[in-house]
Design a protein around this ligand. Structure first.
Ligand code: PEP
Ligand code: MG
Length: 568
């Protein structure tokens, strides 16, 4: 048995096919005919572009537009004159094409991989994928054709690049194991989109297995077995069947309202990062957008997005959702999210520093640009403005004042917008949780951000593995806080949602029903699972469980009690 990162749920059992890494070595020869070498380089680039565009189109048809964007991103990067221009300059100076491609890509990989931000680091792996593809074209190396693997294959690779994933025929691949990659790496995103169980970051797995070995991939728990004993194999065959049965049962929830077992209706929204994700939310049967993390618009750019750029993005989400709620969070920057071009100061304690609404209120010009874009887009759907990291009521008041000034300006300019646009708070700090009654009087809605609420309540860095044992929304302190926030919202008569990961946790759901949460916002792929769990609980059952759990003193007792009561 080996552990890795659980990247795509489900159990896959099958016969291993190892995707070997090719030696991409080449002789670093001096070039005399630099024009001919440039033509060879350009030929390879053109072939790369044609193949990549075809793959993107294929992914778009077979998997979806969001996944195709990964390949389209490669096309954008290779078409960037800075990158290919640097390569050509090196060829002009007498380097061979392979050497130019390698050196320039390595320079960009080095630059991106040093960045703190996950999205930027992902660029390094995109460029590494481009480098390998270009070198293979220049060296005339052909990969094994993944599209031709036999049904029941478990692919084992160092990394599953988007170009490899694009060849996967879903019906033939039962599982994926790689040596690198995390939950948010492209291979994970694509594996989830294809619904193939995947375990990533299993050290040295390519050298430990051979073709035709039997592998079990438990993508829910992040465990793999190679050539397992008979009893383990039988156990996993049952587990796989149970998973498949459960998934098909979930299909019966498509198009249904989200109701508790006693018929109370709640809203089931989605968390998204780009306007295009709104389509995915609808495809997954989401009933609205509970969190649009607007910072991706800033991170995917090399300049502050203009009012028009932002307006178009917010409008796209609003139009796609066609009158359903679209809660857009204003820029939540700082902490672990850096935007290089903003040149933010390095801080000793970035999570406690100049971030989110604090940064925005200190940089009013760009905040007004964002708020104006949101308010203008509200003419095209039901946009709501959500303020992150609120710690005191003055922050909310200041944002509301800006919103009201912008509305007056828009009135003067004769620009349409939703006059009744709502402004709500994200409750994700202990300070906001403790004054939830005060904030509720001035806020149109609440959304509980349990990812940060847990971090700040428990004083535990959410990304630090050494203290991860304390990072749990089931800690009695966090549960009390959640209960208090929901009660304060209800007393004030405002809707209370939750957009932290805990909203989709099957163990947390009955507690949230009991506390009176009105809106659950989850990753689109979890909509049906959440709807099914919600449908299993009556308010009275949830209340009885919550009552018992709130008497317990420790997180482990609470989790054990919730597991015992769980209705799978
Ligand atoms: C949260 O803190 O719960 C949240 C949803 O925001 P983020 O994960 O983007 O900090
Ligand atoms: Mg947060």
């Amino acid at each position: 048995m080996q552990n890795g990162i659980a990247a795509s749920r489900g159990v896959g059992i099958g016969s291993v096919c190892v995707i070997a890494e090719h030696e991409l070595s080449f002789e670093n020869k001096r070039i005399d005919d630099t024009e001919a070498e440039k033509a060879r380089f350009e030929g390879a680039v053109e072939k790369f572009k044609t193949e990549t565009a075809a793959m993107a189109e294929d992914i778009r048809k077979r998997i979806g537009p969001k996944e195709a964007e990964i390949m389209e991103g490669h096309l954008v990067m290779i078409s960037d004159p800075t990158m290919s221009g640097e390569m050509k300059k090196m060829i002009d100076a007498g380097q061979c094409a392979e050497s130019a491609v390698s050196a320039v890509c390595d320079m960009f990989i080095g630059m991106f991989s040093k960045m703190d931000d996950d999205m930027m680091r992902q660029r390094a792996s995109d460029i590494s994928d481009i480098k390998v593809s270009l070198l293979k074209l220049l060296l005339g190396i052909k990969d094994i054709d993944i599209s031709k693997v036999e049904p029941g294959t478990v692919l084992v690779a160092h990394d599953l690049t988007p170009s490899m994933t694009s060849q996967i025929v879903k019906e033939n691949v039962s599982g994926i194991i790689t040596e690198v990659g995390g939950k948010t790496s492209h291979s994970a995103i694509l594996a989830r989109a294809l619904e193939i169980p995947a375990v990533l970051s299993v050290p040295d797995i390519t050298s430990k297995v051979r073709d035709k070995d039997t592998a079990i991939v438990d993508g829910t728990e992040g465990i793999i077995y190679i050539n397992p004993e008979g009893d383990i194999l039988s156990k996993y065959i049952i587990k796989r069947e149970e998973f498949i049965k459960k998934q098909s049962e979930l299909k019966s929830f498509i198009g249904k309202p989200t109701l508790t077992a006693d018929g109370e209706s709640v809203e089931l929204f989605c968390n998204i990062g780009t306007p295009k994700d709104a389509k995915k939310a609808l495809e997954c049967d989401g009933e609205g957008i509970g969190l649009f993390r607007s910072e991706f618009l800033y991170m995917d750019n090399n300049h502050l997005p203009s009012e028009e750029e932002q307006f178009l993005a917010y409008k796209e989400a609003a139009v796609t959702m066609d009158g359903k709620d679209v809660i857009i969070r204003t820029l939540d920057i700082g902490g672990d999210k850096d935007i290089p071009y903003l040149n933010m100061k390095k801080e000793d304690n970035p999570f406690l520093g100049y971030r989110a609404v604090r940064y925005c209120l200190g940089n009013k010009e760009s905040y007004i640009t964002q708020l104006r874009a949101m308010i203008r887009a509200s003419a095209f759907g039901k946009i709501k403005i959500m303020v992150p990291l609120v710690t005191c009521v003055e922050e909310l008041r200041e944002v509301k004042k800006l919103v009201s000034d912008i509305k007056s300006d828009l009135d003067k300019e004769g620009i349409e917008y939703d006059k009744d646009i709502k402004v709500g708070c994200m409750i994700e700090t202990p300070a906001a949780a403790l004054i939830a009654d005060i904030l509720a009087k001035e806020s149109d809605f609440f959304s509980i951000g349990t990812n940060d609420l847990t971090q700040y309540t428990m004083s535990v860095d959410r990304g630090n593995a050494d203290v991860a044992y304390l990072y749990s929304a089931f800690q009695p302190s966090v549960l009390r806080s959640i209960k208090n926030i929901i009660e304060c919202g209800r007393t004030a008569g405002i809707p209370v949602g939750m957009c932290g990961e805990a909203a989709a946790d099957p163990l947390m759901i009955p507690l949230l029903i009991s506390f009176g949460l009105t809106e659950f916002s989850v990753n689109p792929v979890l909509v049906l699972t959440a709807r099914s769990i919600i449908s299993k609980w009556t308010k009275a059952e949830a209340d009885a469980l919550a009552c018992k759990v709130l008497e317990l003193s420790t997180e482990s007792e609470i989790v054990a009690a919730l597991k015992e009561a769980a209705k799978e």
